[in-house]
Write a new protein. Sequence first.
Length: 163
Amino acid sequence: MAGLKRTEAPEEWFFYLMFQTVRRRDQAFAGALEAVGLNLPKWRALSVINRLSGCTMNELAEFTTIDRTTLTRTADQLIGAGLVSRGGRPGDRRIVRLEMTPEGERVFERALQGMRTFNTRALEGVSAEDQDHLRATLRAVLANITGSEDRAEAISDMRRAQS
């Protein structure tokens, strides 16, 4: 059986290279998160809750892309650790809203400092222009995948979609 031949077609390596970059970044960043008592799913959840105070589980799922079982367990762990509080929407008890607690804010800030240090090192030698170009490229790919430029923009900017 013949092995795979290497090609130079961008569509054949683009997602592979992106996956390798993100996974290796996650692996390296995990150590900094452990130092403050977090893991990657908890970090992602806290990042969204910090950005969208009072976020729903649906919003959390949209912005973290964590599967629902893991996401529910992660939210429960954050609540149990006193980093997040769970509340309802006035007039609708079916909607759960997650808010950062003061302790959650402190832990998030410590992790954020570690992330900023890590990202600065990871992006060393990559110009601001190249970073902007890559951001625009990834947003275009995300729009193609989601089928919506508005949704891709909301996801990439981590903001609630306009109602």
